[in-house]
Every structure is written in structure tokens, then in C-alpha cells.
Design a protein around this ligand. Structure first.
Ligand code: MG
Length: 367
């Protein structure tokens, strides 16, 4: 199955709540998402999606997905879309780094592999565990009172995992954690995600001030070394996210006992092939995971659902349903949250069909 054409479309995804805010005053109101289409000589078409969390979260930006496709695409014409290991090596040989550029292409080729095999992607990723997967709800950074007031509504939607956006002023963050923790019920879990926003002294003050709160601490500081220092001074369960972008740091983190949970985002690793490699390594090492992406709409949510649903249940700390945060639906068959949980499609491939009337005309075509 030879690749004959690669295309990139742009879809704007406004947020239902108006904006999403996290550490350091960073915020997004409308996500710029890129839909990747891979056509082949068999007539089968695969679909992927890449949506950075703005240009200031990871080293990735929305227009870069599209210019990256123009750069990388010519190297992939004529390649076998189903040979995902070879295809990833080809991408890495043709373009160093830029994992997020490769993510949508790899995702589209998994969609093709599923369609060719007549199997849902989750089966090909290892198997379908259980009926569905549990989701977390991110709570955008606001005042402690506003954040606490969101919990009941999100719980009514079925969420039992709450990821609090902290990483602001340490004293206010302590109040945010305490205010939200006061709203929790048995079975709920709370994560305070600083998204690299604290310096070490602030992080150490926060973890001490919330010593008696049942809360996970996620990515307090910018670097691995700073996070490891904070980790050594707290007995809160500890999550690493932004610094976990490859196998080497996963192995280092495991050797250093630097984390209890890692966050694996599909585009941070460069696609489902590499996210699966990281996921499987974590299962072998006994490390629980949040499996998701930086952001996205219907196709990213479908890809997340297949990765999460193919993960042994006890290793899946949480996952997410980004398509419920935004106002635009652009693919039929995309998974929808039910009672705070998500199930991967049973249809072949990712199980989605983009609505061309919504995604419009491609901005980039390589053929
Ligand atoms: Mg995080």
C-alpha cells in the first residue's frame, strides 16, 4: 500500500468555556488543529490530527505541523503506509526531531493499517481491555473559589479525576489545591499540575503546605533535575509530563525513582508507534500512565481512545476526551464521553470519517 498523496487541513476549535488557562499566564481561546490525510494507491485513505497546546507549551506550533508536512512529505511518497516501523525510521532519517510533525502522519498510517486489516486500531495496539477507560477533567486556572466551584458540575458529567492547573503564585496555588480538595468525594482523585511553572523553592513550599492533602503533584518545575529534587522532598504521588518525551528519559526516570506516573502524549512522542513503545515499556517497568495528547478534536480523541483502551487497565491512571471541550465536531464516529468514560470505536482503523464540509480544502498537498 504505497503513499500517493499527503494533505493537511486546518480546523479551528473554539473552547466551550471560552478559554483554557494554565501556568505562567498561558492561555488558549481557539485551538488551531491540523488534520492530516494520507492517500494510497489502493484507494484507502487514512486520517490523523495534530493540535499543539498553543506555541508555548511544548516545542511545537500549529503552522509548524503544516510546513513540516511540506518538508517531510516528499520523502514519504511511494513508501508502504503499513510498514510503520520502517516508515518511522524513514521520517526520522529525513527530518531530525520535530516529533509533533510526524505524529499525524503516523496516526493516519495506523488508521490505514486498521482499515487494511479490518480491525480497530486498539486491537492492533495490543488488545481491548475492559469496556471503556476513565477520564480526567482539566480545571482551567482561575481563582481558588472558581476552580472549586467547577468540581460538582464536572462530577455530574461523570469525571472522577480532576487535574488542577496550578503553577502560578505558590500561596494562591496552595489555596487552589485546598479549595478543590474540599470538594472531593471518596473515589475522586486530584492532581495538581504545575506545568513546569514553579521554581524549586516555591514547589517545596507548596508540597509542604499541602502535606496532609491527598493530591498528586505533576511536573512542578521546568527541568528533570528540579523535578527530581522536589520529588525527593515529598511523599505525594508524583507525575512527570513535559520532560518525558522519549525512551531515554523514561528509563532514567525509572532508575532514579523520579515518578510514580508518567504522562504520555501522542504528539510529544511522535505518533502512536512511539507512544505505544513508551506505553509498553511503562507496563514492563510497572509505571502507571496518563495517556493523551497535547490537545485536539475528534481524530486526536479517537487516537487517544485506542491507545488508552489497549492499555492494561491497572496501568491506565487516566485519559482524556478533548473533543468534549471544544465546540466543533468534524468527524463522524468519534468517541463520545459517557458517564465520564470513553470507549474506542469497534470499526476498522480509528473508526472516524471526517466531515469534509467542516474541514474544507487542504492548505498543503504533497503528491
Ligand atoms: Mg501535565
Amino acid at each position: 500500500m504505497r503513499i500517493t498523496r499527503l494533505s493537511a487541513y486546518r480546523v479551528d476549535l473554539p473552547l466551550k468555556e471560552g478559554s483554557y488557562k494554565w501556568s505562567g499566564g498561558k492561555a488558549v481561546n481557539v485551538f488551531d488543529s491540523t488534520i492530516i490525510r494520507v492517500d494510497t494507491d489502493t484507494g484507502l485513505t487514512g486520517w490523523g490530527e495534530v493540535c499543539p497546546l498553543g506555541p508555548f507549551y511544548l516545542p511545537a506550533y500549529a503552522a509548524g505541523v503544516r510546513s513540516g508536512l511540506a518538508e517531510l512529505g516528499p520523502h514519504l511518497l511511494g513508501e508502504n503506509a503499513l510498514e510503520l516501523g520502517k516508515l518511522n525510521r524513514r521520517m526520522d532519517a529525513a527530518l531530525k526531531g520535530h516529533a509533533y510533525v510526524k505524529s499525524g502522519i503516523d496516526m493516519a498510517c495506523w488508521d490505514l493499517l486498521g482499515k487494511a486489516a479490518n480491525q480497530p486500531v486498539c486491537v492492533l495496539l495490543g488488545g481491548r481491555y475492559g469496556d471503556d477507560v476513565g477520564l480526567y477533567r482539566a480545571i482551567s486556572q482561575e481563582s481558588p473559589e472558581q476552580m472549586a466551584a467547577k468540581v460538582a458540575g464536572y462530577r455530574a458529567e461523570g469525571y472522577r479525576r480532576f487535574q488542577l492547573k496550578v503553577g502560578g503564585a505558590a500561596d494562591v496555588d496552595v489555596e487552589r489545591i485546598k479549595a478543590v480538595a474540599a470538594e472531593l468525594r471518596p473515589g475522586d482523585r486530584l492532581v495538581a499540575d504545575a506545568n513546569t511553572g514553579w521554581l524549586m523553592h516555591d514547589a517545596l513550599r507548596v508540597v509542604k503546605a499541602v502535606q496532609d492533602v491527598d493530591v498528586y503533584i505533576e511536573q512542578p518545575c521546568l527541568t528533570y533535575e528540579e523535578c527530581l529534587t522536589v520529588r525527593k522532598h515529598t511523599d505525594h504521588p508524583f507525575v512527570l509530563d513535559e520532560v518525558i518525551d522519549g525512551m531515554d528519559v523514561l528509563l532514567r526516570g525509572h532508575a532514579d525513582q523520579a515518578m510514580d506516573v508518567v504522562n504520555i502524549k501522542i504528539s510529544k512522542f511522535g505518533g502512536l508507534t512511539k507512544a505505544k513503545q513508551a506505553r509498553d515499556l511503562c507496563v514492563s517497568l510497572g509505571v502507571a500512565m496518563t495517556l493523551e495528547d497535547s490537545w485536539g478534536g475528534d481524530i486526536v480523541t479517537a487516537a487517544i481512545s485506542h491507545l488508552a483502551h489497549s492499555t492494561p487497565t491497572e496501568f491506565l491512571f487516566s485519559s482524556t476526551d478533548f473533543n468534549s471541550y471544544v465546540t466543533v465536531d468534524f468527524a463522524d464516529g468519534a468517541p463520545k464521553r459517557q458517564n465520564g468514560r470513553l470507549a474506542a470505536s469497534l470499526a476498522p482503523g480509528l473508526g472516524i470519517t471526517p466531515r469534509m464540509d467542516v474541514i474544507g480544502k487542504p492548505l498543503v498537498i504533497v503528491e
